[in-house]
Design a protein around this ligand. Structure first.
Ligand code: GLA
Length: 409
């Protein structure tokens, strides 16, 4: 994180835009936009299995100044990647696909809008500045995708709702950037609300806002500072493993469960149904992947129920169970995330802790009682440094809203 306030960031952004692309006053003025990052509280690797997730949008995210041009050129600059310089392309060159640059995210979204039939007929100048640590698993890419969609919606006056912005972001990430993510990140970014988590059923996109009332405790993010890139990681492999498990289960069960429910995703199974049919999955590794998908979905449903009932302690226990499941059955953690979670569990004032996001690096999220926060940061931080060899970073999570226009310039 930059540690700068919104005002400082947007002033720096405006100054950079004017330096690169000329003054912002006048009729053809640009605007400043923001889209948040996200933290998932529970329900990991369930969103591509038709299961439930429970993320929040956070107050850190991505800012941009954007202005239309009167030709078809696109010019991008990121204050987070100054070495990339001004990247220039045009609406007619988008079909060339991802080029391995940060600009693949905004380009992918513009391309996807056009593919969905939106008439993007003028180019853009856009300068971006974010305060989500890159590679932290807090969805800096979904933030940039939804931000770009929100900018297009605003500038071209497109009639597109926020769920569609999320779906276009996901489409672009899947098909332009080659990362087969589910819908959770873009949905959380597009639909976030201050103080509330989103209980989303990824099977049909039905959702409910749930207030996060932690009664004398706070959500703390701990960043492993291990850089990861999900396309390079085993994320897409996990998706394939779940698909294989589903095929094997379906060949044993058929398309309809004895309960009468349609069976077309792992998220359709209860724990009991899984236990009954799991032996039809031949390879033990694939069986463990499927077990995580089924149990994590049921755990998420329970977690939301207990949170609504005010039982934060039980919610915390479920977070711990969720971490053990992604660590042992799904195997997407690694020593850095495991150390942060295991050291967190040892602190008496920590009610729960687990990795959040795709895994393989990135962050944990913990619920820590107010009075225990200094001890938590000190002890978990020291043990992490000792075992892993470099520092972790800690931030208090503030649950924020979705995309917005920050200020008309
Ligand atoms: C990444 C993906 C999401 C989701 C999580 C794991 O963040 O982008 O769609 O699958 O991993 O829960």
């Amino acid at each position: 994180m930059t540690g700068q306030t919104e005002k400082e960031m947007t002033q720096a952004l405006k100054a950079k835009f004017e330096e690169l692309f000329g003054p912002l006053d006048g009729v053809e003025s640009g605007r400043i936009y923001f889209a948040p990052g996200r933290v998932n509280l529970i329900g990991e690797h369930t969103d591509y299995n038709g299961g439930h997730v429970f993320p929040v949008a956070i107050t850190i995210g991505t800012y941009a100044v954007a202005r239309t041009r009167n030709d078809r050129k696109l010019r991008f600059y990121s204050m987070n990647f100054p070495d990339a310089g001004v990247v220039e392309t045009s609406l007619d060159e988008l079909a060339e696909g991802a080029q391995g640059s940060w600009t693949d995210y905004p380009k992918g979204v513009i391309y996807t809008f056009i593919n969905h039939g939106f008439d993007v007929d003028l180019g853009l100048d856009m300068v971006v500045y974010g305060n989500i640590p890159a590679g932290s698993g807090l969805s800096s890419s979904a933030s940039l995708e939804v931000l770009t969609g929100f900018i297009l919606r605003d500038i071209f006056d497109f009639d597109v709702d926020y769920i569609t912005l999320a779906l276009i972001g996901q489409d672009s990430e899947n098909n332009y950037n080659g990362m087969n993510c589910g819908i959770m990140d873009q949905f959380a970014v597009a639909m976030g609300r201050p103080g509330q988590a989103i209980f989303l059923d990824t099977n049909d996109l039905s959702y409910e806002y749930v207030p996060v009332k932690l009664d004398g405790a706070k959500l703390i993010i701990a960043n492993t500072n291990k850089k990861h890139k999900l396309t390079d990681s085993a994320y897409n492999d996990r998706r394939r493993e779940c698909e294989q498990a589903l095929i094997e289960l379906q060949s044993a069960v058929g398309p309809v469960l004895p309960s009468g429910h349609i069976f077309d995703q792992l998220g359709d199974l209860t724990r009991e149904e899984f236990e009954q049919y799991k032996d039809s999955i031949k390879e033990p590794v694939i069986r463990r992947r499927a077990k995580h998908a089924v149990y994590e979905n049921q755990r998420t449903i329970e977690a939301v129920r207990v949170l609504k009932a005010g039982d934060i302690e039980r919610f915390g226990e479920l977070m711990k169970e969720a971490h053990i499941s992604v660590s042992q059955d799904y195997e997407v953690t690694g020593p850095e995330l495991d150390t942060l979670a295991e050291e967190a569990w040892k602190i008496p004032g920590c009610l729960g802790s687990r990795m959040t996001g795709g895994g393989f690096g990135g962050c944990t999220v913990s619920i820590v009682k107010d009075e225990a926060i200094p001890e938590f940061i000190e002890k978990v931080g020291a043990a992490y440094k000792e075992k892993i060899g470099w520092e972790a970073d800690f931030y208090i999570v503030e649950i924020g809203g979705g995309p917005r226009v920050v200020e008309a310039i």
